[in-house]
Design a protein around this ligand. Structure first.
Ligand code: GSH
Length: 257
């Protein structure tokens, strides 16, 4: 009895259920926890047999999870089972007010935060579809020619359209001083967009180098401010932060402008 009680006391309330070894969409959730110093367990990366545990938890959840990330919340059982929430933007919507990552006292602002986070996540999905335009279950090499075509429109039109949109949002949010998308302090729209920009730069460095001068708020004020954020600084330079590799964001030079 005693050891069990001890385990319950030390177990973090939140468990992130995601694939091991890649930042992926799990990173959007990690950044929310890291920015706010919230304890969490990254099951697949930190626990013994974590990968198996992660697979079992997402399958056994009710409703089961179609695709990770998912969030398990201890102490919030739902219909007799541990609460498991799926979909990145949905998890962030749940955590936002609890972690102080939406403006306080403005019930509408949180929907703007969520709308912007979803737009950043759309950008992330489009970047993924560049290297997998035909079939998510086949290798890049099997769809390389189509990928090259998609890359052309993505780098020429879609990247500038997303950059331009977020630049406008930053300049119109006067309270944010070019540093925050909504209000005057950090929200999960900021952390999410920041990670997408990191991924886009990793995948399309030449395109970003060409465009970054045009979107000065985005590429100076905004990016630099997040890097220096009190809660994030240590994490972002630590080896706990997983590097990009061949996940959602991939660097294939032939797809970069
Ligand atoms: N819209 C979902 C997308 C989830 C997703 O595509 N997850 C990837 C990993 S980042 C996956 O494992 N997908 C498997 C699949 O779609 O079959 C979200 O934002 O959570």
């Amino acid at each position: 009895m005693a050891p069990r009680q001890k385990k319950q006391r030390t177990e973090p309330k939140y468990e992130l259920l995601y694939h091991p070894e890649i930042p992926g969409r799990g990173e959007y959730i990690r950044l929310a926890f890291e920015a706010t110093g919230t304890p969490y367990s990254d099951v697949s990366n930190q626990e013994k047999n974590g990968y198996k545990k992660f697979q079992n938890l997402i399958t056994d959840a009710n409703p089961p999870v179609f695709a990770p990330p998912a969030l398990l919340v201890h102490g919030e059982d739902y219909h007799g089972k541990p609460l498991v929430i799926s979909q990145t933007s949905n998890i962030l919507l749940y955590l936002g007010p609890k972690l102080g990552l939406v403006p306080e006292g403005d019930k509408i602002a949180r929907y703007h935060v969520n709308g912007l986070a979803i737009t950043a996540l759309d950008f992330c999905s489009e970047a993924h579809d560049v290297h997998h335009p035909i079939d998510i279950e086949q290798y890049y090499e099997q769809q390389k020619e189509e990928a090259k075509k998609k890359a052309k429109s993505f780098t020429k039109r879609r990247i500038p359209k997303f950059f331009g949109y977020f630049e406008t949002v930053l300049s119109e949010n006067k309270e944010g001083d070019g540093k925050y998308l909504v209000g005057k302090s950090l929200t999960y729209a900021d952390t999410t967009l920041w990670q997408v920009l990191e991924g886009i730069e990793f995948a399309f460095p030449k395109t970003v180098a060409k465009l970054s001068k045009t979107y000065s708020l985005l590429f100076s004020n905004f990016r630099e401010n997040i890097k220096e954020h009190e809660g994030l600084k240590e994490y972002l330079t630590s080896d706990r932060r997983l590097p990009f590799s061949i996940g959602i964001f991939r660097h294939y030079p032939e797809l970069d402008a």
